[in-house]
Ligand binder design. Structure first.
Ligand SMILES: NC(=O)c1ccc[n+]([C@@H]2O[C@H](COP(=O)([O-])OP(=O)(O)OC[C@H]3O[C@@H](n4cnc5c(N)ncnc54)[C@H](OP(=O)(O)O)[C@@H]3O)[C@@H](O)[C@H]2O)c1
Length: 220
């Protein structure tokens, strides 16, 4: 959020979060739970008053929660955990698209990007495990691809992207990333720099893809 404001590319910046608060000055704050469609619709209606939206960035997602841990085996599959992962990681961004893509301009460059993950790639799955997280991100990638095809018909300069940030030192990755140092492990600020760069150079021809932090395309 801070980096988007500092970039100065956007007249107004809005933060949507469960707390409805943002520490960043000059940013509009809206209370949204991504699994609550009414809260997304309310935020979209309020933001629409500022005119067309040229960037939507969905940065939410879960890998683990108090009662959810990534499955090491199919024996650990739990329907409640699976439903929760899909609700937050897949349905949530899709509902954000449902309410915010209509606010993107018909003409001119615009971006809808959602943080996905390399482990959502079916082709790239060599290690196994993390059934629910992988599947929820694979489904997210399919939704983004499908959205890109539809949106291209009416907004030819719009770009729909899944983004893989690399391994980032956040609460989400803390239990799984081992030591704090290491190649391909980034601070949140480094990750933001990478992803802003990827979005700045993305083209409509890349719409529907999942791009990694270095701009490379991740196979479906
Ligand atoms: N960290 C990594 O290494 C890594 C690698 C690949 C992909 N990713 C992806 O990057 C994204 C961000 O992950 P992160 O590392 O920044 O994780 P994080 O530090 O745990 O942050 C996750 C964010 O998602 C929000 N969130 C969770 N459930 C929500 C809900 N129901 N409604 C609204 N917001 C919700 C959280 O909000 P609260 O602040 O309210 O809890 C928090 O801001 C995720 O999609 C993740 O899959 C991360």
């Amino acid at each position: 959020m801070r980096a988007l404001v500092a970039e100065g590319r956007h007249d107004t910046v809005h933060a949507l979060s469960r707390t409805g608060r943002t520490p960043v000055a000059g940013v509009g704050a809206h209370q949204v739970d991504i699994i609550d469609e009414a809260s997304i619709a309310r935020a979209a209606a309020a933001i629409a008053a500022d005119g067309p939206v040229d960037l939507v960035f969905v940065a939410s997602g879960i890998l683990h929660e108090r009662d959810i841990a990534p499955e090491k085996s199919f024996k650990a599959l739990d329907p409640v955990a699976l439903a929760r992962l899909f609700a937050v990681n897949t349905t949530g961004p899709a509902l954000v698209a449902k309410h915010f893509v209509p606010l993107m301009p018909r003409r001119g460059r615009s971006i809808f990007a959602a943080l996905s993950a390399r482990v959502g790639s079916i082709e790239d799955n060599r290690l196994g495990g993390w059934y629910g997280y992988r599947a929820s991100k694979a489904a997210l990638n399919q939704l983004l691809r499908t959205l890109a095809i539809e949106v291209a018909r009416t907004k030819p300069e719009a770009i729909i992207l899944g983004l893989h940030p690399g391994t980032v030192r956040t609460e989400l990755s803390r239990p799984f990333r081992g030591g704090e140092a290491g190649a391909g492990v980034f601070t949140p600020d480094e990750s933001v720099d990478h992803l802003l760069g990827v979005m700045a150079s993305a083209t409509p021809q890349q719409s529907g893809r999942v791009l990694a932090w270095d701009g490379s395309t991740i196979p479906a």
